[in-house]
Design a protein around this ligand. Structure first.
Ligand code: NAD
Ligand code: DAU
Length: 361
């Protein structure tokens, strides 16, 4: 059945991948509300520019009147909330935007959605879903021998970013528990793939390697993340939307834990093969250990058994195949990289890495 959905943050990394896949699969209409912060980019959606089923709206999830108007006008049967400030390092430099969008913005969005849902007829109410896209970082950090995060793991966020996401998760939970809003929450591990903004580890390393710049590794590089190809995350969200039990939380992950240094070395080896340096030396020579992130979480790992057992979802891409697709995408889309790394991006990189003694801008 075709649906009309309201997606927030659909010009960002995961949101754009989600919207593009939605149209590839012919699933219906998307109203795409995005504030177009530095992380939002309409170029990500260029291939659907002519598609009349894609209605892009430039605006803020915290603008309750705007959200109410969009809901009334388009009558979506689901809202999928990707919109957020998403970069941990930025949250350390300046937490306020994170509180505004991730906490206050989600609150206003929920209020608008609650009023809309309250006024629907019973059948529409039954069908409606509010799906909140969240992160594994809300669970805090794991020791080397600890079991991976299940949905019952205690919340213990450690950065302003993860604390703001945890707050938003709690609001979503409360709107279900108190008002009966049919919510679903997903907590996912680290994504990678096309359209990933080059402030995050994988695209930053690819970009810096090709530009002949240092490849900055925080601390010892032994911190562990659980990597998932972005299209697998989007497939999991579609599956939760379709069949997830109302009020439930689903953890999504790649069963793929890797220390940062290993990820960076894999990228170097792949680039050595696909785009050798002019001097025939390895990109590994560019690896530079820099000052650690404040409060750096040591390890994340997701136990994705619930979504596998209940909903039959599992990732399709291995890390090896996903990372190769990603490197190929970046090599083929250097114009996209050039566009997003102009302007404000330079200021950010200069400020952030200069504090670590590196001139990366
Ligand atoms: P992103 O930073 O690439 O994109 C965020 C998008 O939200 C941008 O298009 C931005 O313009 C938009 N936005 C920001 N503030 C807004 C506001 N107030 N109103 C409307 N739009 C706004 O982020 P991403 O990596 O695509 O992450 C999307 C969601 O998934 C986030 O909620 C994030 O917490 C979550 N998540 C991300 C990852 C990951 O590895 N990237 C993993 C798990 C969960
Ligand atoms: O776990 C899910 C989360 O993954 C999402 O909720 C966040 O939105 C997303 O940004 C990501 O957070 P991380 O902090 O894990 O991602 P990032 O790419 O910033 O860093 C990955 C690891 O690499 C982390 O341990 C820090 C390290 N790192 C990062 C950068 C940018 C470096 O060593 N050097 C760097 O220059």
């Amino acid at each position: 059945m075709k649906r009309t959905i309201l997606v927030t943050g659909g010009a960002g990394f995961i949101g754009a991948n989600f919207v593009l896949a939605w149209f590839k699969l012919g699933l219906g209409t998307v109203v795409n509300l995005d504030k177009l912060t530095y992380a939002g980019n309409l170029e990500n959606l260029a291939s659907i520019r002519q598609n009349t089923q894609h209605i892009f709206v430039h605006g803020d999830i915290g603008d309750q009147a705007l959200v109410a108007q969009l809901l009334a006008e388009h009558q979506p049967d689901a809202v999928i909330n990707f919109a957020a400030e998403s970069h941990v390092d930025r949250s350390i430099h300046g937490p306020e935007d994170f509180i505004q969008t991730n906490v206050v913005g989600t609150f206003h969005l929920l209020e608008a959605v609650r009023a809309y849902w309250d006024a629907l007829d019973v059948d529409q109410q039954e069908r409606f879903r509010f799906l909140h896209v969240s992160t594994d970082e809300v669970y805090g950090s794991l020791g080397a021998a600890e079991a991976a995060f299940t949905e019952n793991h205690t919340y213990a966020p450690n950065s302003p970013y993860s604390a703001s996401k945890a707050a938003s998760d709690h609001l979503v939970r409360a709107y279900h528990h108190t008002y009966g809003l049919p919510t679903l929450t997903t907590n996912c591990s680290n994504n990678y793939g096309p359209y990933h903004f080059p402030e995050k580890l994988i695209p930053l390393i690819i970009h810096n390697a090709l530009a002949g710049k240092a490849l900055p590794i925080y601390g010892t590089g032994q911190q562990i993340r659980d990597w998932l190809y972005v299209e697998d995350h989007c497939a999991a969200i579609r599956r939760v939307l379709e069949a997830g039990r109302v009020g439930e939380v689903y953890n999504i992950g790649g069963w793929n834990e890797k220390p940062n240094i290993e990820v960076v070395k894999t990228l170097c080896r792949m680039l050595d093969e696909k785009k050798p340096r002019a001097d025939a030396k390895s990109y590994m020579d560019q690896i530079t250990f820099v000052e650690d992130r404040l409060g750096h979480d040591q390890r994340y790992a997701i136990d994705a058994s619930k979504i596998a057992n209940e909903l039959g979802w599992k990732p399709e891409q291995s890390f090896e195949s996903g990372i190769e697709e990603t490197v190929d995408w970046y090599l083929a889309h250097q114009d996209w990289v050039a566009n997003v790394t102009s302007g404000d991006y330079r200021n950010w990189v200069q400020k952030h890495y200069a504090e670590r003694g590196e001139e990366l801008a």
